[in-house]
Design a binder for this molecule. Structure first.
Ligand SMILES: Cc1cc2nc3c(=O)[nH]c(=O)nc-3n(C[C@H](O)[C@H](O)[C@H](O)COP(=O)(O)O)c2cc1C
Length: 355
């Protein structure tokens, strides 16, 4: 664990604008923050599949960090690095305090959520509704960057409701760039705050990748990461021709086997394991450790269900876990038994994962 402080340089002022804090985090491929999905078990599992992806936590609100079960909420395994903590909030001082706490917990990056459209978040005046308050977001980022040596990033939409994405995204980008943001992650669709659920807000407002490409052209020195319906690694590669990075959410979670191709295809490095089955077997010591701490088997294995899509026995694997792993006394034997039902892939599978 640790923040590898030697990798980060202090912010430097050039004219009125703070430069991005130097850091060696590679954001070429990021796994999106997803509430109730990218918990610490999921992140540990994803890290077995790719050494190089930058992994994001679920959003944690400033209120939860400051007044909630902090140790539990912020817990992560040393193996998860590089891992970014996503915060939800809109009070610069509270965000600065949470950022300090996150640094002490060993996170590698702190990300501010300016994209979540849920009602609960709107009542708190944070998430996507902050797209309408770029100056406040700038103040938040400035307070956060001043508080720590870690890189601070923002995840946003291209606009909300009737905003013009040309103006709204530009205003937000200028505000956070000025405040020293290390990278901007843009979910390339608007959020419609009135009338659409968070789930609908992930699919219904139309995608506009071209808007994000234009943003990069207008801000060439700012790291810009694209998010939104990136379905496979070929699509990721196309976007990487225009942008600094891509962030994959649902496709990574629902089809985690894709992650085995990230290191070879995007980074020219060997995959951590030759097959999904080998990766699953490597999860067993973690499962045993977690069971010994009182974690339910299903809390870990629910994230693994999509690992064998298309492999003979995948359905039997899922069905076995669905029936057995949820039992309160389920032990690691249930996972062994599920794995015995599925065929082993080969290195070939890792290559086909890229297709
Ligand atoms: C179950 C779920 C939970 C999510 N929770 C968060 C969150 O906590 N913070 C956030 O910024 N985005 C959250 N999102 C949005 C994703 O990070 C991402 O922006 C969105 O799913 C679009 O990317 P995709 O099409 O690759 O999935 C969530 C998405 C899903 C599916």
């Amino acid at each position: 664990m640790g923040t590898q402080p030697e990798l980060y340089a202090v912010p430097v002022r050039v004219g009125k604008k703070k430069t991005n804090k130097m850091n060696n985090l590679d954001r070429k491929f990021c796994i999106a923050p997803m509430m109730e999905w990218t918990d610490r078990h999921c992140r540990f599992f994803h890290r077995l599949l790719t050494r190089r992806a930058l992994i994001y936590t679920e959003m944690i609100t400033t209120g939860a960090v400051l007044h909630g079960a902090r140790a539990r909420l912020m817990a992560h395994d040393p193996a998860e690095h590089p891992v970014a903590l996503q915060l939800g909030g809109c009070d610069p001082q509270q965000l600065a305090e949470c950022t300090r706490i996150a640094e002490a917990f060993g996170y590698d990056e702190i990300n501010l959520n300016v994209g979540c459209p849920s009602d609960r978040v709107q009542v708190g005046r944070f998430g996507a509704c902050l797209m309408a308050e770029p100056a406040l977001v700038g103040d938040c980022v400035a307070a956060m960057t001043s508080a720590v040596k870690l890189p601070v990033t923002v995840k946003c939409r291209i606009g909300i409701d009737d905003q013009d994405p040309e103006e709204a995204l530009e205003a937000l980008t200028c505000a956070v760039e000025q405040a020293g943001v290390a990278a901007l992650i843009v979910h390339a669709r608007k959020a419609w705050l009135d009338g659409l659920s968070p789930r609908e807000n992930r699919d219904i407002p139309p995608l506009d990748y071209a808007r994000v490409y234009r943003l990069k052209a207008a801000h060439p020195s700012l790291d810009i990461v694209l998010n939104g319906s990136i379905a496979d690694i070929d699509q990721a590669l196309d976007h990487l021709g225009h942008l600094d990075g891509v962030m994959m959410g649902r496709a990574a979670y629902q089809d985690p086997w894709r992650l085995l191709a990230i290191d070879p295809v995007l980074f020219g490095e060997p995959a951590p394991f030759a097959s999904p089955k080998a990766a699953a077997e490597a999860l067993i010591p973690y499962i045993e450790r977690e069971l010994a701490r009182g974690t339910r088997l299903n809390a870990v294995t629910r994230h693994v269900l999509g690992l064998f899509r298309g492999v003979p026995g995948a359905r039997a694997f899922r069905r076995h876990l669905a029936a057995e792993a949820v039992k309160p006394a389920a032990g690691v034997a249930a996972f062994h038994a599920a794995l015995a039902l599925v065929a082993d892939g080969s290195a070939q599978m890792v290559h086909s994962a890229a297709a």
